[in-house]
Design a protein around this ligand. Sequence first.
Ligand SMILES: *[C@@H]1O[C@H](CO)[C@@H](O)[C@H](O)[C@H]1NC(C)=O
Ligand SMILES: *[C@@H]1O[C@H](CO)[C@@H](O)[C@H](O)[C@H]1NC(C)=O
Length: 294
Amino acid sequence: MKVLKFAAFALLFVLISDVSADGKTRKHKKYRRPRPQPTESSAEVAQNEPKLSESLPPMAAGLDMIDNRVPVTDPCLDVQCGAGMVCELDKEGEAQCVCIASCPEETESRRKVCSNLNETWPSDCAVYQQRCLCRNNDPKCKGDKYKHIHIEYYGTCREMPECKTSEMADFPRRMRDWLFNVMRDLADRRELSPHYLEMEKDAESNMTRRWTNAAIWKFCDLDGHPPDRFVSRHELFPIRAPLMALEHCISPFLNSCDTDDDHKITIKEWAKCLELDEDDIEDKCDDLASAEAE
Ligand SMILES: *[C@@H]1O[C@H](CO)[C@@H](O)[C@H](O)[C@H]1NC(C)=O
Ligand SMILES: *[C@@H]1O[C@H](CO)[C@@H](O)[C@H](O)[C@H]1NC(C)=O
């Protein structure tokens, strides 16, 4: 049972890092939130993409016919709105992001998500729509607390087993091992940038660097939105949300990383919670890779 769980976790990890390691998916990094589940990412993109027919209000459409100075290209084409929002043209014909009017009807229960308020929502769209409405003081907002609503994990809300002290004590070691295994796997598949491939090779020859290099690589990988050498709670989303269901210690573990409780994890804090020697950790993020992805 334990082995199976480990395997599932490792596989998930591979899938997740796989997606985030792919520079191409980060094109619009400014406005796009991290992709949670690889299998659902395409549907999600389609959901966030502004639709031409819907974004042209009748006024602007009418203007287009009588005044040919109105640009034919939709200003919304270049705009990426945040989660729960779509692009629309305002009265002046300027692109603006507004709360999505209605989310696609979800009948599939696997689309359900559990929010940080421990409430099950039909889809991630529904969660972000509600947050958008509340932030815009829309009457459809169900209460102030939804201003900061976010997805805690995928699936319906359920009772999470408590992370026992003994499990928590063992967690940093398991996490280090997983990180290295994921890194090695990506290296085998030639899916690391040359910079990280070099770090992986280095890691193979030295047990200390095996863990430190993997930790540095994952830190840099998470710190992509934006790459500011801090991993925010938001940037932890790609590990937290999918793993919650499998590893009930992941949340307490990640919380423990933020020792000064400023909602940001530095590379030193990351090293510390993985129980690595801070002195062995240096900032070796691949600036080239993030530049390429711009
Ligand atoms: C969250 O909701 C589930 C299902 O309603 C419940 O079983 C669980 O105890 C709740 N968890 C917390 C922390 O309140
Ligand atoms: C392994 O790497 C660490 C940290 O870089 C270094 O201090 C140590 O001497 C290395 N050990 C070996 C056997 O090379």
